[in-house]
Design a protein around this ligand. Structure first.
Ligand SMILES: Cc1cc2nc3c(=O)[nH]c(=O)nc-3n(C[C@H](O)[C@H](O)[C@H](O)COP(=O)(O)OP(=O)(O)OC[C@H]3O[C@@H](n4cnc5c(N)ncnc54)[C@H](O)[C@@H]3O)c2cc1C
Length: 410
């Protein structure tokens, strides 16, 4: 077991694995990635695997766009196979607020050089024979959006990191963050021994807050259950067909394994307090609720009648981390020199991890990044935040994931 490193990253999900790859790619020789379980076994492999490049903030759009470009180039750059379907994505508005959002996103995306444009019902019918546009008032298409099997992301980034000399230690939980009297973080203790390091990054997914809290550092994230279901194969579904999102219903649908995948954001989601979880808890142990998914499917019946009574192949869920304002938490943690957070995935961490991992690596190694990360600084939240208010704000951010007030953004 190693006892020193130049950087230690906690958590081999999509966030941690992308970060270690980029730290090594930017020249750090001695990087260690630790996971309490295996590589990419918790929330990341349970994701839907969708990208959506247009986002509410300019920087997030830039990161999401960079991430798609990096996913597309990944195999060429690393010689490691990453499979994806670049079939595009469509967003549907069924009410006035949705029309305002579609209009805003087309303009904001085009200003940033994203190929995003209106799509009319005839073109949609040609591209997505299983979608109906009755009641739909506006739509956009982003042809370069893609979907992929989510488990690949942590796996390929970890493989690429290993090839660059990163040490990956699985079944090695971090038990303690080591700190000096002045607050500086100096390494970690694990179930297999201590590792001294001047840089420690908390990318522990649903466990992020617990990892830091033991050392007196508060990270304001709340894990919230998110679920999806996949039907048995259906006629006329092909991988070349775009992802479809319905704004007011907070629902997405995409081709998957010959059938359709449907997931979405319920209005009364389930926040999970990890302090109460059993010691060996894994995401696979989390109770699921198919009723929620059936309800979401019913809310988009008019658009996807093919889902009515479609037999299910499987359903699954995970614990993405939400923040009070729906933005990531990425960067140094004030008062704990050497310690960084990479969390608050906002149910979009898988697809943004390539870009975010690269930008945080730049920030750690040079003090700045090509896409600024200031927007995601943890000090926008007070360290003495109230837990109840935090949960309430995170639940609200989750419940309105797609349907925000874009008219107010201007
Ligand atoms: C149903 C569903 C659909 C989703 N769809 C999408 C999508 O379409 N697109 C998208 O971009 N995102 C999507 N997401 C969100 C995406 O899954 C997350 O943003 C992403 O997986 C977050 O990755 P992570 O690395 O933070 O977490 P994880 O993958 O959970 O990784 C965290 C790791 O930290 C480890 N760890 C925890 N504690 C310790 C410790 N003490 N010591 C060592 N290791 C520790 C864990 O074992 C785990 O491996 C979806 C999520 C769900 C559940």
């Amino acid at each position: 077991m190693k006892s020193t490193a130049e950087a230690v990253v906690i958590g081999a999900g999509s966030f941690g694995s992308s970060l270690v790859y980029h730290l090594a790619a930017h020249g750090l020789d001695d990087v260690v990635l630790l996971d309490r379980f295996g590589v990419g076994e918790q929330t990341s492999p349970r994701a839907a695997g969708l990208t959506q490049q247009i986002r509410r903030e300019r920087e997030t759009t830039q990161l999401a766009k960079l991430s798609v470009e990096k996913l597309v180039r990944f195999t060429e750059e690393t010689d490691i196979l990453l499979e994806f379907h670049q079939s595009g994505s469509v967003k549907m508005a069924r009410d006035e607020a949705g029309v305002a959002q579609v209009t805003w996103e087309i303009r904001a995306g085009q200003e940033l050089g994203l190929d995003i444009r209106p799509i009319d019902p005839d073109e949609l019918a040609e591209r997505v024979p299983w979608a109906r546009t009755d009641g739909v008032q506006a739509m956009w298409i982003t042809p370069s959006d893609l979907f992929l099997e989510p488990r690949q992301v942590p796996q390929v980034y970890t493989a690429a990191a290993r090839a660059k000399g990163v040490t990956v230690l699985t079944e090695t939980p971090v038990t303690v963050l080591r700190r000096e009297g002045n607050g500086r973080v100096t390494g970690v203790e694990t179930s297999k021994g201590p590792i001294s390091s001047p840089i420690v990054v908390d990318a522990a997914g649903a466990w992020t807050r617990q990892v830091a809290e033991e050392a007196g550092i508060r990270i304001p994230v709340v894990p919230i259950r998110h679920q999806l279901m996949i039907t048995e194969p259906l006629p006329s579904v092909r991988n070349e067909q775009p992802i479809c999102r319905v704004i007011d219903a907070n629902v997405y649908v995409r081709p998957c394994w010959g059938g359709l995948m449907l997931g979405g954001y319920e209005t009364n989601p389930l926040p999970v307090e990890m302090r109460d979880a059993a010691p060996g808890f894994q995401i696979a142990d989390m109770p699921l609720d198919l009723g929620v998914l059936r309800g979401l499917a019913a809310s988009v019946r008019g658009q996807f009648p093919v889902l009515d009574n479609a037999p299910l192949q499987t359903y699954r869920g995970g614990l993405p981390t939400m923040t009070a304002d729906g933005k990531h938490i990425v960067g140094p943690v004030p008062g704990a020199e050497g310690f960084y957070a990479l969390t608050g995935c906002i149910v979009g961490g898988l697809s943004i991890s390539p870009g975010l991992g690269e930008m945080l690596a730049q920030r750690i190694l040079t003090g700045a990044s090509a896409i600024p990360l200031d927007l995601y600084a943890i000090d926008r939240f007070a360290p003495d935040f109230d837990d109840e208010q935090l949960v309430e704000a995170c639940v609200d951010a989750y419940a309105h994931h797609y349907a925000e007030d874009y008219a107010a953004i201007g």
